[in-house]
Design a protein around this ligand. Structure first.
Ligand code: MCA
Ligand code: AMP
Length: 503
């Protein structure tokens, strides 16, 4: 079934109730949500798009942006959300790879994107600003308010989410309508969402966390979103007395703890704090408990599979673990030859279930590599079971840094640094950071005569790629530590750089 049709079936009894309230107090009811998404679907269909055509969007967070996503689902188009931090070079890659028929961008960026959109074969370059205005809105305003949702099968393509790759080339994870609905239903029940819930939504809406996890269970429950444009700890705190739930990355909780106003009283009316996308430090977990009397519920997921495991709603939420497999999801921790391991033995985390994606866009080889012969998806995470069935993520087999909930693949940054004149080679690692969890850090070998400074390297990288990927720290070294095979010893480098930072 079309995922939107499934959500709409659930919220049909709540049409006159509020779905979303923005920071200025403007509200949209469920009936208005239905009408706005019908208009988007009518408008896009009127442009001549066919089933499965891609609709790419790099837009500031706004209710209209959410309607664009849900409208695209209704019409059977594949939505392709893009991080607002991406710069031209990054956008060019996504457009060329995904070949969207429509690309919606911020009005201020449209002129700069016109050439690359044309080269990528984009048929319609439209705009949508953070204030809800733009050529998309102009078109949508005129479109029909009625729309018959495109019938979609469970394996019909709904969204393409790009995730960075170990080679530096991003892969588009193909998420289906069935993936969305199965995960939404599991989360709504597991986390006990009801029509009485009011969720503070302060996450970006171009990743799985903010776009799926924090929206779909709310739709299924007919609950309400307090929609905040960006994460501001004071605004979140201010909204708590009117809310029941918050979802965030660990950085949210670290920054909220720095607010003197965070107290038991402030969090009294809340029933649920969820953390994910990156490991939540035990200190943060414990401090939150003592300051608010609430226990953060940590869960684990990824773009390719939505949510995979979660700590229980009732029962012990154990810090440092990500809980149990969600209903319908199978998780195994394996050693050599994919042999399942028992409690206490760290191994590769593999998963199966209706939440697992359909493969990487136009990368059949890569897709095959990431599944075992018996069809388990290899997450690239290293996990360990406790005796009583809690999963802990104890490491990553993949060469990945997670900074403030955003994934950064070192290879991509190394390629940019290596292209700077005067650089011989570089290695990028993540070192512990109190705010972002991990900080992107580069060790650079420069040519003897190169008068390159740390600021030069940072400025060059910043000019090319998204800000969150830019190293927070650059260290010049005479050589990179290598093992006997000539491979850079990233673990050793990470330790060296972290130690140096602390001195
Ligand atoms: C912003 N900056 C960052 C990050 N965010 N640097 C490192 N890591 C980051 N995450 C830099 C900017 O480049 C800029 O640098 C400066 O910080 C200020 O930017 P601003 O946008 O004002 O930052 P902020 O508002 O303080 O953002 C921090 C944030 C944000 C609120 C933690 O990063 C965020 O919303 N993260 C959530 C990410 C997320 O939703 N992940 C879910 C992925 P300069 O000053 O030098 O220009 S989905 C996923 O992982 C799976 C499925 C899952 O399990 O959920
Ligand atoms: P993404 O590529 O954005 O889907 O990021 C998915 C990755 O984030 C996972 O493969 C994990 O490495 C990491 N992740 C998500 N949630 C958690 C968590 N609660 N604890 C540790 N790592 C997590």
């Amino acid at each position: 079934m079309n995922a939107y049709t499934c959500f709409a079936g659930a919220f049909a009894v709540r049409r006159s109730e509020i779905f979303l309230e923005d920071e200025r107090g403007t509200v949209w009811t469920y009936a208005e949500l239905d009408r706005e998404t019908a208009r988007v679907a009518s408008f896009l269909t009127g442009l001549g798009l066919g089933r499965g055509d891609r609709v790419a969007a790099q837009i500031e967070k706004s209710p209209q942006g959410l309607f664009l996503y849900l409208g695209a689902l209704r019409a059977g188009f594949a939505y392709l959300p893009l991080n607002t931090a991406y710069q031209k070079g990054e956008i060019a890659y996504f457009l060329e790879d995904a070949e969207p028929a429509v690309f919606v961008c911020d009005p201020a960026r449209a002129e700069g994107y016109a050439g690359l959109a044309r080269r990528a074969g984009v048929l319609h370059l439209l705009t949508l600003g953070g204030d809800g205005g733009g050529t998309l809105t102009d078109g949508v305003r005129e479109a029909a308010e009625e729309f018959r949702d495109a019938p979609m099968s469970a394996d019909g393509l709904a969204v393409i989410i790009y995730t960075s790759g170990t080679t530096g080339r991003s892969k588009g994870a193909m998420v289906t309508h069935g993936n969305l609905t199965s995960n939404a239903a599991a989360l709504k029940d597991y986390w006990r969402f009801t029509e009485r819930d009011v969720l503070i939504h302060a996450l970006p809406v171009f990743h799985v966390h903010g776009l799926f996890v924090a929206v779909h269970p709310v739709l299924l429950a007919g609950a309400r979103l307090l929609f905040q444009r960006r994460f501001d700890p004071k605004a979140v705190l201010g909204a708590m007395p009117r809310a029941t739930a918050l979802m965030g990355v660990p950085t949210f909780y670290v920054r909220l703890l720095a607010e003197p106003g965070l107290s038991r009283e402030a969090a009294q009316g809340m029933r649920l704090f969820v953390s994910g996308s990156a490991p939540l430090l035990l200190d943060t977990f414990a401090e939150w408990q003592s300051r608010t009397a609430h226990t953060i519920l940590e869960r684990y997921g990824m773009s390719e599979a939505g949510m995979i495991t979660s700590n229980p709603y009732e029962g012990e939420r154990r810090g440092g673990t990500v809980g149990f497999p969600l209903p319908g999801v199978s998780v195994r921790v394996v050693g050599a030859y994919d042999r399942p391991l028992g409690a206490g033995e760290p191994g590769a985390v593999q998963i199966r279930g209706p939440n697992v994606f359909a493969g990487y866009w136009r990368m059949p080889e890569k897709t095959r590599e990431e599944f075992t012969a018996d069809a388990w998806f290899k997450t690239g995470d290293v996990g360990q079971w406790s005796e009583d069935g809690y999963l802990s993520i104890v490491g990553r087999a993949k060469d990945l840094i997670i900074s403030g909930g955003y994934n950064v693949y070192p290879k991509e940054i190394e390629l940019v640094i290596d292209a700077i004149p005067g650089v011989v080679e570089s290695a990028v690692v993540g070192i512990p950071h109190p705010d972002f969890g991990e900080a992107v850090t580069a060790a650079v070998v420069r040519q003897d005569e190169a008068a390159l400074t740390e600021a030069d390297v940072i400025a060059r990288v910043k000019a090319e790629i998204a800000g969150y990927k830019v190293p927070k720290l650059v260290r010049f070294v005479d050589e990179l530590p290598r093992n006997a095979m000539g491979k850079v010893q990233k673990g050793l480098l990470r330790e060296q750089l972290a130690r140096e930072r602390m001195l």
